[in-house]
Design a protein around this ligand. Structure first.
Ligand code: HEC
Length: 295
C-alpha cells in the first residue's frame, strides 16, 4: 500500500494554482483584497480537509487488512518525511534486490534495462505543465491576459491621461511666452513629421507648402523667425486656408508649436537651405533678414 501525499502539500499547491489563475484572469482587479478570492481559498481548503479525512478512513480500513509484514513496511515508509521520500525517489540508487524486481527481460552484451517508475517531481512538473497550459490558453482566449495590444492600449490611455493632466496645470504657451530652446528641436522634428511633412516635404524642403529652409517668406508677421513660425502655427495663413491655424483649431498645443517652431528655426538657420537642385521647392515671397531670430 502506498503512503499518501501530506495535506499541507495539497493546500500549498492549491493556493499556488489559485493565485496563478487569478493572476492571469483578474490581475488588475486587485483580487488580493477581494473577499471572493479569500472565500474561494477557504472553501478549497475546507474541501481538501474533508477529502483528507475521508482518505484517513480509507487508509485505516486498508491498513487493517494488511499482513503484519506489510503493516511494518507501511509504517516505516510513513515515518520517512515527505521531502526525503521525494529526494529518494529522484536520486537514491536502488539496491540489488530492488533492481532485480524491475529488470526487464531483455538485454544485449550485458546491457539491461530497468523498468523504473517516473520520479514524482517529474510527474508533478508534467501535470503542472498541462494545467498551466490549459489555464493560460483559456486566459489568453477569453481575457486580455498576455495580449500585447491590450497592454499597449492601457498604457497609452494612462500616458495620455497624464499628459492631459499636465497640460491642464502647466501654463499655456502663446506667442508672447514661447521661447526657443535647442532641446526642443528633436521633439519638434517628430511633431513636424506627423503634422507638416505632407505639405512642407521632408526636412521642410517644400511641396504644397513653401520651402521652409530658405530665406524667402510669404508671411512676415513677426520680427523674429521663431516667433513668425509660431504666429503661423497659431493663426494659419491669411492668404491660403491650406495652412491651418493648428493651435487655434486644437490640433496641436502651444507647447507643441513651441517645439515645432524650434525645429523650423533649426532647419532654416542652422542647416544649409535645400535648394531647387537638391529637390527643394523654389523660393516664394520676399527675402527676409530676421532680427533676433530665435527670440
Ligand atoms: C495642408 C498643407 C499644409 C500643412 C499640413 C501645413 N502647411 Fe504650412 N503652409 C501651407 C501652405 C500652402 C502655406 C503657404 C501659405 C501662404 O501662401 O500664405 C504654408 C505656409 C507655412 C508657413 C509660412 C511660410 C511662408 O513662406 O510664409 C510656415 C512657417 C508653415 N507653413 C509651417 C507649417 C508647419 C510647422 C506645419 C505643421 C504643423 C504646417 N505648416 C503644416 C500648407 C500646409
Amino acid at each position: 500500500m502506498k503512503t499518501r501525499t501530506p495535506i499541507s502539500i495539497y493546500i500549498i499547491v492549491t493556493v499556488g494554482l489559485t493565485v496563478m489563475a487569478f493572476e492571469m484572469f483578474a490581475h488588475d482587479s486587485g483580487y488580493f483584497s477581494s473577499p471572493f478570492f479569500w472565500a474561494l481559498l477557504l472553501i478549497a481548503t475546507i474541501l481538501l480537509l474533508i477529502m483528507n479525512s475521508i482518505g484517513d478512513l480509507v487508509e485505516n480500513e486498508k491498513f487493517s487488512r494488511l499482513s503484519s509484514y506489510e503493516k511494518q513496511e507501511y509504517l516505516r515508509e510513513k515515518s520517512t518525511p515527505y521531502f526525503q521520500k521525494l529526494w529518494n525517489s529522484a536520486f537514491k540508487k536502488q539496491s540489488q534486490t530492488e533492481e532485480k524486481d524491475i529488470l526487464i527481460d531483455h538485454g544485449f552484451d550485458g546491457i539491461t534495462e530497468l523498468d523504473n517508475s517516473l520520479p514524482k517531481w517529474w510527474i508533478g512538473l508534467f501535470y503542472f505543465g498541462i494545467i498551466f497550459c490549459a489555464v493560460y490558453m483559456l486566459a489568453f482566449a477569453f481575457t486580455d491576459y498576455a495580449h500585447p495590444d491590450a497592454e499597449y492600449d492601457k498604457e497609452t490611455k494612462v500616458m495620455l491621461a497624464s499628459i492631459e493632466e499636465y497640460e491642464k496645470n502647466a501654463p499655456t504657451i502663446n506667442l508672447e511666452t514661447a521661447k526657443y530652446s535647442a532641446d526642443n528641436i528633436a521633439e519638434g522634428e517628430q511633431l513636424f513629421k506627423t503634422n507638416c511633412v505632407t505639405c512642407h516635404g521632408d526636412g521642410g524642403r517644400g511641396g504644397i507648402g513653401p520651402n521652409l529652409t530658405d530665406t524667402y517668406w510669404i508671411n512676415i508677421k513677426e520680427k523674429s523667425l521663431f516667433k513668425n513660425v509660431f504666429w503661423m502655427l497659431e493663426n494659419g495663413s491669411p492668404n491660403n486656408p491650406a495652412m491651418r491655424p493648428f493651435v487655434k483649431e486644437g490640433t496641436i498645443t502651444g507647447r507643441d508649436a513651441e517645439k515645432i517652431a524650434a525645429y523650423v528655426y533649426h532647419i532654416n538657420q542652422e542647416t544649409t537651405p535645400i535648394t531647387v537642385t537638391q529637390g527643394g521647392a523654389a523660393p516664394q515671397g520676399e527675402e527676409v533678414k530676421w532680427e533676433n531670430n530665435n527670440q
